[in-house]
Write a protein that binds this ligand. Structure first.
Ligand code: HEM
Ligand code: MG
Length: 234
């Protein structure tokens, strides 16, 4: 059908965001991953994920546009421009300074993958622990890692994305097997029983979730080169 998962072609643009890559692999976004406008991306997150065009998502989409010189559209690969949305200490990609900040990396993903041992789900507590652990691991291998309040905020939001879209925005619980399929294959685990959120994901319920993740982070300090939070323009 129209929204069947298909592996991307070598010529298709894919980038550092597993959420948008997945939407492209299912045809909610253009399968070639290019010429994505703000209305297109806001429509796709609603159709694919029941994620409303919230204040947050409109802002994220506008930041996506800053990764290109184009007047009104971006492509998925271009989102890897370091310092606009792309940041260090990701859950599933390496730091740019280490190498590849675009493609899924199983070694990096092992931290999230192995978190919350003994149960078959991730939750707010485990997501917060993973954020702390990824930062600790990364500071050992990337002395220049950038970790300001901006990166910290974006990373919390991204953890909210996987817990809400693949799991449940109200409980903040996400089945481990769904999360693995999402990150490793950039596929919606439909055959495995996933379905699009029944409740619209909107500013209210999503902010509650990200607030809870933030509160569960026991300690965080800015680290790395002393820089002000910044936005890089293409
Ligand atoms: C990460 C862009 C919406 C899930 C990222 C990154 C970018 C990005 C540039 C890379 C950050 C990094 O890890 O260095 C966007 C844009 C969006 C959008 C422009 C919408 C306009 C979504 C949605 C989801 C999602 C709706 C829902 C599942 C994620 C996750 C990560 C991420 C889980 C973290 C990946 C990691 O740390 O390895 N996104 N994203 N994104 N995005 Fe998106
Ligand atoms: Mg990154």
């Amino acid at each position: 059908s129209q929204h069947q998962w298909e592996a991307p072609l070598p010529t298709d643009s894919r980038g550092p965001c597993p959420g948008l890559n997945t939407l492209a692999n299912h045809g909610f976004l253009p399968r070639n991953g290019s010429n994505i406008t703000i209305p297109i991306v806001l429509g796709a997150i609603q159709d694919g994920f029941n994620f409303q065009p919230t204040t947050l998502m409109r802002t994220v989409a506008k930041l996506g546009l800053l990764t290109t010189d184009n007047a009104d559209n971006f492509d998925l690969k271009g989102l890897a421009l370091h310092g606009t949305l792309e940041h260090d200490a990701s859950l599933s990609r390496n730091d740019l300074a280490i190498g590849d900040n675009i493609h899924f990396n199983a070694t990096v993903f092992a931290t999230l993958n192995n978190s919350n041992p003994g149960v078959d789900y991730y939750n707010v507590t485990s997501a917060a622990q993973v954020l702390v652990q990824r930062l600790a691991e990364d500071s050992l291998i990337n002395p220049n890692l950038t970790n300001t309040i901006k990166e910290f905020t974006v990373r919390i939001i991204e953890s909210g994305f996987y817990l809400s879209v693949i799991g449940n925005v109200t409980t903040g619980v996400a089945p481990k097997n769904f999360i693995q399929i999402f990150f490793e294959q950039e596929r919606l685990p439909l055959e495995e029983g996933w379905h699009r959120s029944d409740v619209p994901i909107e500013d209210d319920n999503f902010n509650n979730l990200t607030d809870a993740i933030g509160e569960a982070v026991t300690e965080w300090e800015p680290s790395g080169p002393i820089v002000c939070p910044w936005i890089r323009l293409q």
